[in-house]
Design a protein around this ligand. Structure first.
Ligand SMILES: NC(=O)c1ccc[n+]([C@@H]2O[C@H](COP(=O)([O-])OP(=O)(O)OC[C@H]3O[C@@H](n4cnc5c(N)ncnc54)[C@H](O)[C@@H]3O)[C@@H](O)[C@H]2O)c1
Length: 251
């Protein structure tokens, strides 16, 4: 195995693993030797993943908007595998799709809880555990909507901008402790989260037209970028919001 993508013996927490990026990333990290503690509210989907991977993986119900649940994942990683090297705060929910002036308090509060508070509550427990073991790498999943405006998704955009703020701040705070913190900002990929949004006629074509590569990123392409960011060899990259977007953000 290429040493840059060798995660043998690394202990990783991944949230949001029942589908999409989290599911594929769990599989890829596990294949490369990592031991996993995974969390999701979709217990059936998570159980399927855990069963398919077999050993060196623990699935634990985790609602990422709960501080106690975020803390419990870290406790499990330490109890079962003795350390924590990697954390990917990936779980997230889509927006209800409305103009800014039509966005409800309920929608905004849910976005803040699941897509933003979760990242702080995750890192709050993950980072001390990593420091205990000599360092580690956190990857927080933001979005293109974290780098610019996202029409009809103001609450989602606010949460994803916040994820970048949290990531950069933690990167600076813990740089001397050998904990790297980055955010990834994907454009669209065909996971469950955007399924409703993409149903609207013409959306898929319009979005692809706006991308210099004229297509979405596959789930695998985004996950490959995650692996590169997390790679133990990538030890000087921290505090970055990395776009994986077919050059959308370069226009
Ligand atoms: N797919 C895209 O186009 C895209 C683009 C940019 C960013 N993202 C981000 O990628 C991340 C992963 O999403 P995805 O695209 O794989 O979508 P997905 O819907 O396939 O996966 C999201 C996962 O998060 C889980 N989840 C939802 N709420 C949760 C909660 N409260 N606690 C724990 N788990 C919860 C779901 O059960 C699911 O397994 C999200 O943060 C999303 O905002 C996705």
């Amino acid at each position: 195995m290429d040493p840059l993508l060798d995660f043998s013996g690394k202990v990783a927490i991944i949230t949001g693993v029942a589908s999409g990026f989290g599911k594929q990333l769990s599989t890829s990290l596990h294949q490369r030797g990592a031991k996993l503690v995974v969390g999701d509210i979709d217990e059936a989907g998570m159980a399927e993943l855990v069963e398919s991977l077999g050993d060196n993986i623990v699935g634990q119900r985790c609602d990422v908007s709960s501080e106690a649940d975020c803390a419990a994942l870290v406790k499990t990683a330490q109890e079962k595998f003795g350390r924590l090297d990697i954390a990917v705060n990936n779980a997230g929910v889509g927006d209800a799709m409305s103009l800014t002036h039509e966005t409800t308090e309920q929608v905004f509060d849910k976005q803040m809880a699941v897509n933003l508070k979760s990242v702080l509550m995750g890192m709050k427990y993950q980072i001390p555990a990593m420091i205990e073991g000599g360092g580690g790498a956190v990857l927080n999943v933001s979005s293109m909507a974290g780098l610019g405006g996202a029409p009809n998704m103001s609450a989602y955009a606010a949460a994803k901008h916040g994820v970048i703020g949290l990531s950069k701040t933690a990167a600076v705070e813990y740089a001397r402790k050998n904990v790297r913190v980055n955010a990834i900002c994907p454009f669209f990929s065909p996971t469950n989260i955007g399924a409703g949004f993409l149903k609207a006629e013409g959306t898929e074509e319009a979005l692809s037209r706006g991308c210099p590569m004229k297509r979405y990123g596959t789930i695998e392409e985004v996950v490959n970028a995650m692996l590169l960011i997390l790679s133990p060899g990538n030890s000087y990259m921290t505090g970055q919001a990395i776009a994986v977007d077919g050059a959308v953000s370069a226009i």
